[in-house]
Design a protein. Sequence first.
Length: 117
Amino acid sequence: MPPQLTPSDRTYRNTTIRITELAVTDAVLRGLTFESCHIMGPAVLAVLDGVTMNGCTYDVANNDLDSVIWEIETGRWVVGAIGIESCEFYGCRFTNIGLAMPPELSAQFREVVAGPD
């Protein structure tokens, strides 16, 4: 059984996290660090300012990155998503997680995840 998560913790390492368990007191997660974690949904994360994702993997249906990325206009509010702001993800695996982001960030994200042609 995974350890009990505490929304007030700032750093999570080597653990499985149902991301919705961290959003019980606020719809925006701020200033959290995740290292070698398995981030599980179902959930959509709205990528806000200051988010870093390095060395992460994304469980993608049929190798279709469009199944993960939800493009939204810059500055548009998204209801029902969990916002992530000033969060860092290093070497994490995302399962059943969608990422809502503006088109310009989406293009950068696709380039990093897909790698060079």
